[in-house]
Design a protein around this ligand. Structure first.
Ligand code: ARG
Length: 564
């Protein structure tokens, strides 16, 4: 039952007004003590030629109190509606309990395919923290769209082709050593990469050499490609370790190299459609009319570019997956790149580019140590970063609950959960000021706090000595109970809101709110020591809370430990 809509209908009937307009004007007061829904009458004053409080009184006089409402109160210019808590509890808890962990799932997407391009580290370079953001945001969106009945399809568009390979091959030829790479993996490659930049700064001949190695790769030179494949495998092995710790797999790993032979037909198509122009030997699409710099399609030497590849790949994806949306999750420094090539696709005559291609940008994570640069070797390696988070959590567990079973597994789940939650707790475009303290605090607005609440619910349930599945929840009318039930009941709307805005933080904020409401309820009320009927009802409420928190964490890609 949609309470807000029912209230709107009631007002519409009583005042002879348009239902949809009223629906938009209805507010949710910040505290239940002020009412559950409020309708301000200011805007009616002009048309009705009356003072707003008088209008409110008049409307109230016309309202016939339905069963789902307890009372309607006029306060100043506001009509405040108080729902019947007993009935509300019965409806909401009944629904949540019957759906179990699927409460909030929907069929809105009707199976439409949402392609999500995320993570996409650049091979032979380490997986760094910027790719972490893309990975966790993309993964959360993947889960959210699936939950709403879309068919999510994840693509890890690996940066597996490009001049960086020329550089590494050059460095390998001069200073490389097989044993070191076999032992050191990607950090050995990073060392070569840094060495290359040091040397090339002194002697530009190395740059020339790197370019020619890349040309060899493009021409299919066997030796160059053998090295490329080797460096690719070494890198993938490292990435897989991280993905498996984050419990992420991709539906496709078609990286940049997959499109090597798919670009020229698209360039031909652009030529046929007359949108390519020559510019100083290069081929570009002029975007002046759209207040953007030109989009580079072919270099002077005929080489393709980042946009060329993205355009070729979206053509392929449209044909192959027939998406209703294609999302691209990258840092906001790529805003222009996406705006440009989306426009080019539109100019090629593909109307879907306008509303189906969506760039999902995000801000930086700022570390105290200043700007990170792969070239200088100044990077935070993901593996190490996750290890640090986990070991700090391990210390806390050691202090708080040394007897915990599966300590190692829980530390991993909570440490990684903290990292993900921290990343998904704000509007994604905002930069994040990094702090271990803020991220790992069990009492703050953190992943561990939410996970801890989940474990608390579980521990309450495990101590139950009654069967509570048939509890009469209509007795849950206390303020704390009612606030909690309202918050749980809002979960489905929040998921939809998160999807509409492409903002996982709507979900993380909401489960934080659920956790806070539960803890307030838990501290102010007896559960296991209450009388039988109340105990059963509160246990069922606890079970529903646990399910909603677990579902929310699941959408964010975070584990919900049963104990911690
Ligand atoms: N590999 C790129 C980078 O690290 C991100 C790729 C994003 N996806 C895309 N289709 N352009 O910056």
């Amino acid at each position: 039952m949609d309470y807000k809509l029912e209230v709107a209908k009631l007002i519409a009937k009583a005042a002879n007004l348009d239902e949809r307009e009223i629906l938009q004007a209805i507010e949710i007061p910040p505290e239940s003590a002020m009412g559950d829904f409020a309708f301000p009458c200011f805007r009616l004053a002009k048309a009705m030629k009356q003072a707003p409080p008088a209008i409110a009184e008049n409307i109230r006089g016309q309202i016939e109190l339905p069963e789902f409402l307890d009372r309607v109160v006029v306060t100043g210019a506001y009509l405040n509606f108080f729902v019947d808590r007993a009935q509300y509890a019965k409806n909401a808890i009944g629904e949540i309990a019957s759906k179990a962990g699927r409460f909030g799932s929907a069929d809105i997407g009707k199976g439409g395919c949402v392609v999500i391009d995320y993570s996409a580290p650049n091979v032979a370079k380490p997986f760094h923290i910027g790719h972490l953001r893309s990975t966790v945001i993309g993964h959360a969106l993947y889960n959210i769209f699936n939950f709403l009945g879309y068919r999510s399809f994840s693509i890890n568009y690996l940066g597996d082709w490009g001049t960086q390979f020329g550089k590494i091959i050059t460095a390998y030829e001069h200073w490389g050593n097989d044993e070191e790479i076999k032992a050191g993996g990607i950090s050995a490659l990073l060392k070569l990469y840094v060495k290359f930049h040091d040397e090339a700064e002194k002697d530009p001949a190395f740059d020339e050499e790197a370019r020619s190695w890349f040309v060899k790769m493009e021409q299919g030179d066997k030796y160059a490609l053998k090295l490329w494949k080797w460096f690719f495998d070494v890198s993938m092995e490292e990435y897989q370790k991280i993905y498996s710790r984050l419990d992420i797999t991709f539906d496709s790993y078609d990286g940049e190299s997959f499109y090597n032979d798919k670009m020229m037909p698209v360039v031909e198509e652009m030529k046929e459609k007359n949108i390519l122009v020559k510019d100083d030997g290069a081929m570009i699409v002029d975007l002046e009319e759209y207040k953007m710099p030109p989009c580079l399609i072919l270099r002077r030497d005929g080489g393709t570019l980042y946009p060329t590849r993205d355009i070729a790949s979206v053509m392929y994806r449209k044909k192959e997956y027939d998406f209703v949306k294609a999302l691209y999750v990258t840092g906001n420094e790529q805003n222009l790149h996406f705006a440009q090539w989306f426009k080019v696709v539109e100019l090629m005559g593909y109307e879907w580019a306008k509303d189906q291609l969506v760039h999902i940008p995000f801000g930086l994570i700022n570390f105290a140590q200043g700007k990170l640069s792969t070239r200088k070797g100044n990077v935070i390696l993901m593996e190490k970063f996750l290890d640090d988070a986990v070991s700090k959590i391990r210390e806390v567990i050691e202090q708080k609950n040394p007897g915990l079973a599966n300590k190692e597994q829980v530390a991993e789940q909570v440490g990684i959960g903290a990292v993900i939650f921290n990343d998904l707790y704000n509007n994604r475009i905002k930069d994040i000021e990094f702090s271990w303290e803020r991220m790992l605090n069990f009492e703050g607005e953190t992943g561990p706090y939410v996970q801890y609440t989940h474990a608390r619910c579980n521990s309450v349930i495990n101590k139950a000595d009654v069967n509570y599945s048939d509890a009469d929840v209509s007795i849950l009318t206390g303020d704390d109970e009612f606030e909690l039930i309202k918050t749980l009941n809002a979960f489905p709307d929040k998921i939809i809101d998160a999807a509409n805005k492409y903002e996982p933080f709507v979900v993380s904020r909401h489960i934080m709110h659920v956790a806070q409401m539960y803890n307030k309820f838990y501290h102010n009320n007896n559960i296991l020591r209450a009388n039988e009927d109340v105990k059963k009802a509160r246990l069922l409420l606890t079970k529903c809370t646990k399910d909603v928190i677990a579902a929310g964490l699941g959408l964010l890609g975070i584990k919900a430990p049963e104990e911690m």
